[in-house]
Ligand binder design. Structure first.
Ligand code: CA
Length: 493
């Protein structure tokens, strides 16, 4: 054995021991790199959106978020910096019991949505307001009437819904949100706003749509179903909306690959609504797990032995797999053509309020109990015990934490995963160095814009940030503004 070989073995052993000592024998999820191939989007305004409805309840529970450089920032800013261009937020009429205890799931009333919308607008992101028209989760199995509408006749209910829609949008806009789209019901396969008779459901849609149109005709009206794997049924829904004179712009579906069939089928059912009725189409919810591990003590939707196998799960449960899923779903929507409007990722930041990973015995129990206390106090779990007031058989019984902490773009500590960059890198970006306003030419306004950005007076999207970074230091700085001025003044440096 040669001396050099022995030395290498010793060096390798030292490295392994060092790595084990520091707990970094393998790169953490936050350290794993990810590659993304761009998509040639047919719709120039393709939405790369995310639902972060739980964010305020998480922050109230002590959660913070950091970018890939370890700097703590507003979650909304981190998302915008990574190319997310639209935020979706759910709205419940009155998610509180008679003692004003929140039902959980972010306690997302109108005021909470308004706060999130204002922060999204600060970083250049539009808002999709997702009215559930219920006091808590509305989905294919549940479309329960809000408490205050429970005894109303259909006509009175339509009036109440119209007034509620207008007033809520007014509150959200007045807070500073840039409302681009309104979803009139959530996963409305079996009803909406407590109305389940299929001859009456279109009346609810018509009333809601009319209220949005009256508020602002430029806001897109979206109707949202799920189960796109039910080929035929999904096309039938588009026919049914048309036959019943429902005025809307966007035909939206959920697409969770562990439940909702193939991507080619997704494209097929969306193309039907786009081609037959000239509607925009989009995926209002999708998500994918970057790991099968849980970090909050509440079981996850996707976990080992649960929704983790099947022919439509084409990707690894890694940050790379998560990014690949998002890209693939965007590609499937883009395949429809110009009417392919975009994709929203569902709750991409609903991480744990206290990391249970690696704990066992009493330490695990203590952490879980601490998490439960936060979920109860701030509504940062999917449901609190107070929700028994409205939904005793499900939410009230199985209340708890996040079922999607392993589908977030942040690890349990709040550190951004490399998969988050899919929202930016999926775009093929072209820009002129220094052209901070992306006007196509270099002007003094570009220097001013960089200065304003540095003073936090305006926002630059990720492409504009790269253009502004003319000296390639990694981010815009005052030297970039000076360089633009010097170039325009004719200096050759
Ligand atoms: Ca969990």
């Amino acid at each position: 054995m040669k001396k050099a070989s022995v030395f290498r073995r010793i060096a390798a052993a030292v490295l392994v021991i060092t790595a084990l000592l520091y707990g970094c024998a393998f790169p953490s999820h936050a350290q794993q790199s990810v590659t993304v191939q761009p998509i040639d989007f047919q719709n120039g305004g393709f939405i790369r959106g995310m639902d972060v409805s739980s964010v305020i309840s998480l922050e109230n529970s002590g959660v913070t978020f950091r970018d890939e450089n370890g700097r703590e920032k507003d979650l909304l800013r981190i998302l915008a910096d990574h190319g997310v261009n639209y935020i979706r937020v759910r709205v419940w009429n009155d998610p509180y019991d008679s003692a004003r205890h929140g039902y959980g799931g972010g306690n997302n009333d109108v005021d909470t949505a308004a706060l999130i919308g204002r922060r999204a607008a600060k970083y250049g992101m539009k808002l999709l307001v997702d009215f559930h028209y219920s006091d808590f989760w509305a989905d294919p199995a549940k479309q329960k009437s809000p408490k205050s509408w429970a005894d109303l006749s259909l006509d009175d209910r339509l009036d109440a819904l119209s007034a509620y829609t207008s007033a809520s949008l007014e509150t959200i806009r007045r807070a500073g949100a840039d409302i681009g789209m309104v979803q009139i019901g959530n996963e409305t396969n079996s009803g909406v706003a407590g109305v389940t008779d299929f001859k009456d459901i279109p009346k609810v849609f018509r009333a809601a749509s009319a209220a949005v149109r009256a508020f602002d005709p430029d806001i897109l009206v979206a109707i949202h179903f799920t189960n796109p794997e039910q080929t035929g049924t999904t096309e039938w829904r588009a026919d049914w909306l048309a036959e019943n004179g429902v005025d809307y712009d966007v035909f939206a579906v959920s697409y969770y690959p562990f439940w909702h069939g193939s991507l080619s089928n997704l494209t097929k059912v969306l193309r039907y609504a786009a081609d037959t009725y000239d509607k925009y189409v989009m995926v209002a919810e999708t998500s994918y797990a970057y790991t099968l591990a849980d970090t909050d003590g509440h079981p996850n939707t996707v976990s080992r032995g649960h929704n983790d196998t099947g022919g439509d799960l084409l990707w690894d449960f890694t940050p790379q797999g998560q990014a690949d899923e998002v890209r693939a779903v965007m590609d499937a929507v883009n395949s429809v053509g110009e009417k392919g409007l975009g994709v929203f990722y569902w709750e991409g930041a609903w991480i744990t309020v206290g990391d249970t990973a690696g704990l066992d015995g009493a330490a695990y129990t203590d952490r879980l109990n601490a998490n439960r206390a936060l979920w109860e106090q701030f509504g940062s779990g999917w449901a609190s015990s107070a929700s028994a007031d409205f939904d005793p058989d499900d939410a009230g019984k199985y209340c708890g934490g996040s079922a999607v902490d392993n589908q977030a773009f942040f690890d349990a500590s709040g550190a951004a995963l490399a998969s988050l960059k899919v929202f930016d890198e999926v775009l093929a970006q072209e820009f002129l160095p220094g052209d901070a306003d992306l006007s196509g030419s270099l002007e003094i306004l570009d220097a001013t814009r960089i200065q304003r950005y540095l003073a936090d007076l305006c926002w630059l999207n990720p492409t504009a940030q790269k253009a502004a970074d003319i000296n390639n230091s990694g981010e815009p700085d005052i030297l970039d503004a000076t360089r633009v001025q010097r170039i325009l003044a004719g200096f050759k440096d």
